[in-house]
Design a protein around this ligand. Structure first.
Ligand code: FCB
Length: 449
């Protein structure tokens, strides 16, 4: 494979999934603490109280990053560590943790890519309505401005949100994620406030005068109709509107997709969209982050009550999440964004796979994951050859961690974690990725000789 010399390779994690230490150094409660401690929400009633204990073991984890040889590390800041109630006075101890982490990364030559929101909203803000409350967007802007002020000289790559589709539609619509609300209208409202807060945070970044680049990470699905039938095509178009265009269009075009506005307005008026909001949401960003895992195949059969679309059952091999392995979808998605949206640098901020790994005699033989990654790297490389401005790629995840509603039952890491002992073991996929990066470095150095 032949990627550009300045291409950035990394791995990704998020705060609640790895940090643990949820009651330490003044951290406030987040909606994921509340949700995971509520019976019936997370498999096995597991929670992130300890997770990978990364809060105490970050130095060991940075040594792993170094061993793998990544250029960059994507992680998120837990808002309730900095502002235990979501607003008010800054908790210096929380900030210090991220300062130590970032300084250590930089000492090791690893560039941080920092996500401001990977779903751990301070519970106190949820008590006031969370993302359904417009005010939360302004609290987010203040939190973001504080982070830029204190860490903006150390970090040069930022994303505001991770996957606002999940934060809104899984959290407030389906209720499968925190805060566990099941109300489609509330979810649409939450999605708008998340997007608004993105724009407000980008504005705060520009006003901070700090150097660096800022974007947003969206989880996008490659959506296909099950057949050429007109009804199936319509289903695919609606799904694409719900999942992809509802986020891509406001950020990159400054408008919500008209078909979805009409569909959602059938339930209730979208009167929470104020004049000027779309200008804020579409303030220019420096790059778009894309999380890609699988495809969706849509049919008109067995439609759900809200969108009126059905899903075809997987026909291809699936990962442990039941998600079809479809690298072609990544290629389709990347080339489509280039075709349909204004030119913008792209990063794959997450891609990876869960498999039921076992540690035997000190090794994890996760060859399925190696195949998955290789095939997706190839799809990305093909898109670059066709002119897609893809600049970097982050594998999800550095290590096995708390996989939200699935608890610890799904392993996404290229490093295996024994959650009883906290021992970390590089899987075959981690070794494969390390040698891929080492070969790349050798060939780049060769070119320079
Ligand atoms: C994404 C999330 C990430 C992880 C992967 C598997 O939706 O951003 O935290 O759970 O899925």
């Amino acid at each position: 494979m032949n990627f550009p010399q300045d291409f950035v390779w990394g791995v990704a994690t998020s705060s609640y999934q790895i940090e643990g230490a949820t009651r330490e150094d003044g951290r406030g409660e987040s909606i994921w603490d509340r949700f995971s401690h509520t019976p019936g929400k997370v498999m096995g009633m597991e929670n992130g109280d300890v997770a990978c204990d990364h809060y105490h073991r970050y130095e060991e984890d940075i040594a792993l990053l170094k061993q793998i040889g990544v250029d960059s590390y994507r992680f998120s800041i837990a808002w309730p560590r900095l502002f235990p109630t979501g607003e008010g006075e800054l908790n210096g101890k929380g900030l210090d943790f991220y300062k130590r982490l970032i300084e250590k990364l930089l000492q090791n030559g690893i560039q941080p890519l920092v996500t401001l929101y990977h779903w751990d909203l301070p519970q106190k803000l949820q008590d006031k309505g969370g993302w359904v409350n417009r005010d939360t967007a302004y609290r987010f802007q203040e939190y973001a401005a504080t982070v830029f002020r204190h860490l903006g000289d150390l970090v040069t790559m930022w994303t505001t949100h991770n996957e606002p589709w999940c934060a809104s539609f899984l959290g407030y619509g389906k209720g499968e994620h925190a805060p566990g609300i099941q109300d489609h209208y509330a979810a649409v409202q939450a999605s708008h406030h998340l997007l608004l807060s993105h724009g407000l945070a980008v504005q705060a970044f520009r006003e901070s005068g700090k150097n660096g680049r800022i974007g947003i990470t969206l989880n996008l699905s490659a959506a296909y109709p099950a057949t050429d039938d007109e009804e199936d095509q319509k289903a695919a178009r609606i799904w694409d509107g719900y999942f992809n265009r509802w986020f891509l269009d406001p950020v990159l075009k400054g408008e919500y997709p008209q078909d979805m506005v009409e569909l959602y307005s059938r339930y209730q008026p979208l009167d929470f969209i104020f004049d000027g909001d779309l200008e804020t949401i579409s303030v220019p960003i420096d790059f778009l982050g894309i999380n890609y895992y699988s495809r969706s195949v849509l049919t008109a059969e067995d439609p759900d009550p809200i969108l009126g679309v059905g899903h075809q059952k997987p026909v291809l091999p699936t990962t442990d999440m039941g998600w079809e392995v479809y690298p072609e979808g990544l290629y389709d998605l990347l080339t489509r964004i280039k075709r349909e949206y204004k030119p913008i640098d792209l990063y794959i901020t997450e891609n990876g796979a869960a498999y039921p790994d076992e540690l035997k005699d000190g090794e994890v033989e996760d060859w399925d994951r190696v195949d998955y990654l290789k095939a997706h790297f190839e799809a990305a490389e093909r898109a670059i050859r066709e002119g897609v401005p893809l600049k970097g790629y982050y594998v999800w995840s550095l290590m096995d961690n708390f996989e939200w509603a699935y608890g610890y039952s799904k392993r996404f890491g290229i490093v295996y974690v024994d959650f009883r002992t906290q021992e970390r073991t590089l899987k075959k996929s981690g070794k494969w990725f390390a040698s891929f990066l080492a070969n790349r470095k050798r060939s780049i150095d060769g070119v320079y000789e």
